[in-house]
Design a protein around this ligand. Structure first.
Ligand SMILES: Cc1cc2nc3c(=O)[nH]c(=O)nc-3n(C[C@H](O)[C@H](O)[C@H](O)COP(=O)(O)OP(=O)(O)OC[C@H]3O[C@@H](n4cnc5c(N)ncnc54)[C@H](O)[C@@H]3O)c2cc1C
Length: 553
């Protein structure tokens, strides 16, 4: 934790040294003491401290200084840190000025020089001032701050990225939080620069790209080596499991993700059916444990970095990234999972990130405190999302096309939902359009049996409908099913092109695609079970076949 600061100023170096010594002697465990002989220098550094989110508890200034008087300094300092206590060190002859300053700068105290012994003349006064300051002091957030408009897609993308990569941050809504405008002013930025990320060291990044934020926060978008035994594309549960097994079994392994580790599971508020966690665990907790485990085994993790193409040259597989960099690996596991299907509806599209969200219940729930929200979809992810949102929203309406949830949702979630009074299931109902100005305000619902429509107020719509595989970017001869899921192993025999493409004397390994040495695991694979546990299982299994493949090449 950062310690609050005591700033002491005196143009006489000997006096400054003496007061600094006495202050440190008594207060160094609870406060940082900054001492300087120049009032103008002190004022310059106050602005920097403010940008970093530091707190000043007390100013102690000499009255007679060449550049400005102590009273003038305290007046300026008060503008920057209005809550800090202000004390003046005065010679006997300056007591009049000190008395006037009580009104002028709301001086809290003046201390006559010399202050010896400090136990009698200095510490009791400062103890009193500091204890008063402490009683009103609320520690400020020390890490990264994100300033933006609540209903801005760019702000949402940054929140999603920070949360996905497990970076703690403080969200400052420019329309509701005075601290947000104050920070913008300090950095001489305007609302046109939003969203702005302010890093822990006080650097401000206006309208940043995710890659730039990631780099500043220590994420790595470029690989250390040019050749790896195994490259894993996608760091959801399948990719993370493959990374843990690859790394622990001595393969030089790189794991690449375009956004953050965790994949879909990382967005889950509570996974209740994963073996070994009887009380459930959140997706971010599972992700934190898994990525730590993989890195402990020496796996290199690259993010945010999108893979845009792969191709094989002999036994080497070339992987090209969005920034045109390339790594080469001897084997690949494709674990790019799926993403939510979008509701193809122009009126809803208009509000994507501004009231309409795909998944994202955990990132945005707080913004909907006391407001009505809609969840579209009847699967487990929709159920978890609704449960999470019900903690803050006034009412959560789940819109499903079917008459009830029994065929699409696990019973434990159906039970939780029916025991939550502010969740309402709207069966045979579709959200057909949305209205609002800058942000979503209402939805139009249609009963699918009667076609009756009604307009209801809605602050948020969270969509959890079906999923499509993220395989469009794969141009090589890899067999996919009609929906784009990757075919693997013996199942490939069902496809006409199999004989044309597979030229090995052996059968393909389980989980191997029709390109030897390229495997698929998790939700991206045709026939996958769409569960965390099965994705983890397939990720682990894929690595055992990677060993077999590498042994023969
Ligand atoms: C909200 C929610 C709740 C869920 N709850 C449960 C539950 O309680 N129990 C359960 O068993 N299952 C649950 N599931 C399902 C489970 O999360 C998935 O089955 C599982 O995450 C699939 O893992 P995966 O690794 O195959 O893919 P994903 O989790 O989809 O991960 C794929 C990763 O690949 C990355 N990627 C994609 N394309 C590229 C590219 N070109 N370059 C680089 N990276 C790329 C993505 O960014 C992503 O991180 C839930 C899903 C959701 C959405």
């Amino acid at each position: 934790m950062r310690l609050p600061i005591i700033v002491s100023i005196d143009d006489d170096p000997q006096v400054l040294q003496a007061i600094q010594h006495d202050l440190r002697q008594k207060y160094r465990k609870q406060y940082r003491v900054l001492a300087t002989t120049s009032a103008t220098e002190a004022l310059e550094s106050l602005g920097e401290l403010k940008k970093k989110g530091e707190e000043v508890a007390l100013f102690l200034s000499d009255q007679r200084m060449p550049q400005m008087t102590g009273v003038a300094f305290l007046a300026e300092a008060r503008r920057i840190f209005p809550n800090a206590k202000r004390a003046l060190l005065t010679a006997y002859s300056d007591i009049d000025a000190a008395v006037r300053a009580i009104n002028e700068v709301q001086l809290d105290y003046y201390i006559a020089k010399p202050w010896d012994p400090p136990q009698e003349k200095l510490y009791p006064v400062l103890d009193d001032l500091l204890s008063d300051w402490q009683s009103n002091y609320r520690p400020t957030f020390e890490g990264l701050r994100l300033i933006g408009y609540q209903f801005s897609p760019q702000s949402h993308a940054l929140k999603d990225f920070l949360a996905g990569n497990l970076f703690p941050y403080q969200w400052l809504d420019i329309e509701n939080d005075p601290q947000a405008q104050e920070l913008l002013d300090l950095h001489k930025l305007s609302r046109a620069d939003l969203p702005v990320v302010v890093l822990g060291d006080g650097t401000a990044l206006p309208k940043p790209e995710l890659v730039d934020v990631g780099e500043k926060l220590g994420l790595k978008p470029t690989a250390n080596e040019s050749l790896y035994d195994l490259a894993i594309i996608g760091a959801g549960p399948a990719g993370l499991a493959a990374a843990v097994y690859g790394g622990s079994e001595g393969l030089k392994t790189i794991l690449i993700d375009k956004r953050a580790p965790g994949g879909q599971a990382g967005t889950s508020s509570r996974i209740e059916n994963y073996l070994g966690f009887p009380n459930g665990l959140s997706g971010s907790d599972l992700t934190r444990r898994a990525i730590t485990q993989a890195q402990r085994f020496g796996v290199e993790f690259l993010a945010p970095q999108e893979v845009v193409s792969i191709h094989s040259e002999g036994q080497y597989k070339h992987i090209r990234m969005a920034d045109d960099s390339e790594v080469v690996a001897r084997a690949i596991v494709l674990s790019t999972g799926v993403s939510y299907r979008t509701l193809e509806n122009e009126s809803l599209d208009k509000f994507t990130g501004a009231g309409v969200y795909y998944g994202a219940a955990t990132t945005e729930a707080l913004a909907f405190r006391g407001k009505p929200v809609y969840v579209v979809g009847g699967g487990n992810s929709a159920g978890q999302g609704a449960m999470y949102l019900s903690r803050t929203a006034s009412d959560v309406y789940i819109c499903i096309r079917r008459p009830d949830l029994s065929e699409t949702m696990s019973q434990y979630l159906i039970d939780q939902i029916s025991n939550t009074p502010n969740i309402h299931v709207l069966s045979c109902t579709e959200v057909v359009s949305a209205t609002g100005n800058e942000r979503l305000e209402c939805v139009v619902l249609e009963n699918m049996d009667t076609h009756e429509q009604k307009t209801e107020p809605a602050s948020g719509v969270f969509i959890f409908i079906g999923a499509k595989p993220l395989t469009d970017w794969i141009e090589m001869d890899i067999i996919k099913d009609p929906k784009g899921f990757i075919a693997t192993g013996r199942d490939m025999g069902r496809y006409a092109e199999y004989k044309r493409v597979w030229k090995q004397s052996r059968e393909p390994f389980v989980l191997e695609t029709c390109s030897p040495g390229i495997f698929a695991a998790g939700d991206v694979r045709a026939g996958a079970m769409n569960r965390v546990a099965s994705a983890v299982g397939e990720g682990a299994m894929a690595v055992s076949f990677v060993h077999k493949y590498l042994a023969e090449n």
